[in-house]
Design a protein around this ligand. Structure first.
Ligand SMILES: *Cc1c(COP(=O)(O)O)cnc(C)c1O
Length: 255
């Protein structure tokens, strides 16, 4: 689709498309078209951008269908929901990304199934993740979540460290046993100077990524963009987009 955001199929159309797997396949195809078109417009090869499907609020049966359709990267934002879902899907070739605000008392559980934690935003969390990764005998990829709406030294409303705190957090992760510094992540802010300016926000994240890579060349991941702003994220240079609604449908507003 040229321009416009990918939207989930309405469902309830022709009887033949009512099947959930067909619906997910159609939605995935639409999102794929959108990512490809955005890459083409940005002059980027399609393989520079990885789709992560955010499966929160949807059942393990959907995750299984997505895996059958070729999805390999999935994301969740609440451990209470993610832990049983990941356990049910343990036989599937999936990498689980944790993208929600993470309390230290959930770290042991998350370290058991997550391949990458995208919401690392404080040293206390680094310490806890390192301890539990070592205990589990696993290496955990970490993205620093940047809050573009936070003032210096603060954390943003939806989690994330202020841009001036990225350097110190990067050193902490790089020096922590069991952890691997993979890059940065952001959620387009709803308030502050970048509210409603998704492209500018993601371009700022790219600058932060570039500064980070100067000292940590392997930290190449830039996770930005959701269903509504994935085109801006691809235009800015994101390597990973996190798409929920456009693949699985509109979530019930229960949290
Ligand atoms: C839910 C969520 C997404 C996906 O959002 P959609 O608008 O449904 O595509 C992406 N990132 C994070 C951190 C989320 O919590």
């Amino acid at each position: 689709m040229a321009g416009g955001h990918p939207r989930p199929a309405a469902g309830g159309g022709r009887a033949v498309t009512n099947d959930r797997k067909t619906q997910l396949a159609e939605n995935l195809a639409r999102v794929e078209e959108c990512i490809s078109a955005a890459c083409a417009r940005a002059g980027r090869p399609r393989d520079e951008v990885t789709l992560i499907v955010v499966t929160k609020t949807y059942p393990a049966s959907d995750v299984r269908l997505l895996a059958e359709l070729g999805v390999r990267q999935v994301a969740e934002n609440r451990d209470q929901e993610a832990a049983p879902k990941a356990a049910e899907c343990a036989d599937l070739p999936l990498t689980w990304h944790f993208v929600g605000q993470l309390q230290t008392n959930k770290v042991r559980s998350v370290a058991g199934y997550a391949g990458i934690v995208q919401s690392v935003d404080r040293v206390r969390l680094v310490t806890a993740l390192s301890k539990e990764a070592v205990r589990a005998g696993r290496e955990l990829g970490c993205l620093i979540q940047v809050a573009l709406d936070a003032e210096a030294g603060e954390r943003g409303e939806r989690g994330g460290v202020a841009p001036d705190g990225v350097g110190a957090l990067a050193e902490a992760i790089a020096g922590a046993e069991g952890l691997r510094l993979d890059g940065v992540m952001t959620v387009a802010p709803l308030v502050g100077p970048y509210a409603g300016r998704e492209l500018a926000a993601f371009e700022r994240l790219m600058e932060i990524s570039s500064d980070l890579r100067a000292g940590h060349p392997a930290a190449t991941m830039v996770s930005a963009g959701m269903s509504a702003d994935l085109e801006e994220a691809v235009a800015a240079g994101a390597t990973h987009v996190r798409v929920g609604t456009a693949v699985l449908g509109v979530r019930p507003r229960l949290r």
